[in-house]
Design a protein around this ligand. Structure first.
Ligand code: 57R
Ligand code: CO
Length: 421
């Protein structure tokens, strides 16, 4: 690991490392010998290899191990800890712990950085091609195909981190198209793209919002600012309830004018960011978006998804519509299953996803069919958790921005930061 050179915040990681392709173009040195003359004395043609940068393709298809042959993936944006944790930046002891940590494959940050680079390259293409008129299923598969190719999917070693969230308008989270979904993206829609990439269970969770007409630009600006406040104020020993207060303050300092009516931007009170554990998208700690008295502290070495949701509606979501998102409950009680279809479905879930979230399209991709009865049985038995879409009132508009941060011993790393957001 290179000595942690202080990266200025705006210095986002390079898109493709120093992967160069040998392009031999044989230099004819001097005038070509007249053909045939002085056969024997053929002068040795000097092979000059011109280095050509291997660029990612469109759509993205090149596995990142080809673009980062030395296996070192770019560090994210670095932010120093504040107040009584500022000493960590220069503390010999902390830098030593960090160097030691890097040696240990379990702790090294290279897995999450690889997942982050996949996320940046896939979203770069997605932001370019997602346009009104596209089917939601095609948008989801474009993102998932890119992720699978670039992370070089390999069972539970590396792959898609959780279902591609494509929640629209008043729906804020947990909508993904189910098989047969014919929904088409509209000109006036506000789309939350929330997708994940994992390497050895280290899940990179990052999200952004797209709109195709300027009506709600201010809403997106408010939520991006609130998320950046959350990232800036996050830190070792920071209390989750206080952090929520900083996020709320930023969010509520914005308003949106919609068809002449000025609407306040509200943080959604029952949605949150969350800690992330290996193979576990929600690590148990929630970063709410409204000030509260949760004294729980952020701790050194933790991974957090800092995400905020803003709404022009009630600022509260309810479960609404058909469910697509599911996940096996980490330490689910072992209950005997009488339904054989449920038993075999659980086997397939354990084999293909373990405790990583999945959706119905991924079950079908894994070869499952007529699985709904068995799936609902596993939910009813408390073995699998269902996560229906979470929506504010019809007519409201919601937006989301999210990054994954690492609370490293010496400083904070916004590992999913990019040139885009
Ligand atoms: O990040 C089954 C998933 N998550 C995918 C992501 O906040 C998550 O409900 C969970 O697929 C399951 C929320 N907070 C309450 C606990 C207060 C939501 C919203 C954001 C999201 C999608 C999330 C939430 N809860 N867990 C991660
Ligand atoms: Co999240």
């Amino acid at each position: 690991m290179t000595a942690a050179v202080e990266k200025k915040p705006d210095e986002v990681p390079p898109s493709s490392a120093d992967a160069e392709e040998e392009v031999d173009d044989v230099e004819e040195d001097g005038a070509p010998e007249a053909q045939g003359a002085g056969e024997g004395k053929k002068k040795k043609k000097k092979k000059k290899t011109k280095k050509k940068k291997v660029e990612q393709t469109e759509p993205p298809t090149i596995g990142l191990s080809k673009l980062f042959p030395d296996g070192n993936y770019p560090e994210g944006e670095l932010q120093e800890y504040k107040d009584d944790n500022a000493y960590r930046t220069t503390s010999e002891e902390k830098r030593y712990n960090e160097r030691m940590a890097m040696e240990d494959p379990e702790v090294t940050y290279n897995n999450i950085r690889r997942a982050a680079e996949v996320h940046r390259q896939v979203r770069k293409y997605a932001r370019k091609v997602i346009r009104p008129g596209m089917r939601m299923i095609d948008i989801a598969e474009t993102i998932e195909n890119g992720t699978r190719a670039l992370v070089e999917e390999n069972g539970l070693e590396s792959g898609v981190g959780f279902p591609t969230g494509l929640s629209l308008n008043h729906c804020a989270a947990h909508y993904s198209p189910n098989p047969g979904d014919t929904l088409v993206l509209g000109e006036k829609d506000v789309l939350k793209v929330d997708f994940g990439v994992h390497v050895k269970g280290r899940i990179l969770d990052s999200a952004f919002t797209l709109n195709f007409d300027p009506t709600y630009d201010k809403l997106l600006e408010a939520v991006k600012a609130a998320t950046d406040t959350g990232i800036r104020e996050a830190g070792i020993d920071v209390r989750l309830g206080e952090l929520a207060g900083y996020i709320q303050e930023t969010m509520e300092s914005y308003e949106v004018e919609v068809n002449g009516k000025v609407l306040p931007v509200k943080p959604i009170e029952n949605l949150s960011g969350h800690s992330i554990n290996p193979y576990q998208i929600h690590g148990g700690k929630s970063v709410l978006l409204v000030k509260n008295d949760d004294q729980t502290k952020m701790e050194e070495g933790e991974y957090f998804a800092i995400e905020t949701f803003g709404s022009t509606g009630r600022g509260k979501v309810i479960e609404q519509g058909e469910c697509s998102h599911y996940a096996r409950i980490v330490d689910a009680p072992h209950v005997p299953l009488r339904l054989t279809s449920a038993k075999s479905l659980l086997k397939s879930i354990n084999k293909n996803f373990g405790t990583l979230p999945f959706c119905r399209r991924y079950l079908e991709r894994a070869g499952e069919s007529k699985y709904l009865l068995a799936l609902n049985h596993l939910v009813a038995q408390g073995i699998v958790q269902d996560y229906p879409p979470l929506c504010d009132v019809r007519g409201a508009m919601t937006a989301q921005f999210e990054h994954t941060i690492l609370l490293r011993p010496t400083r904070k790393e916004v590992v999913s930061r990019g040139e885009d957001y």
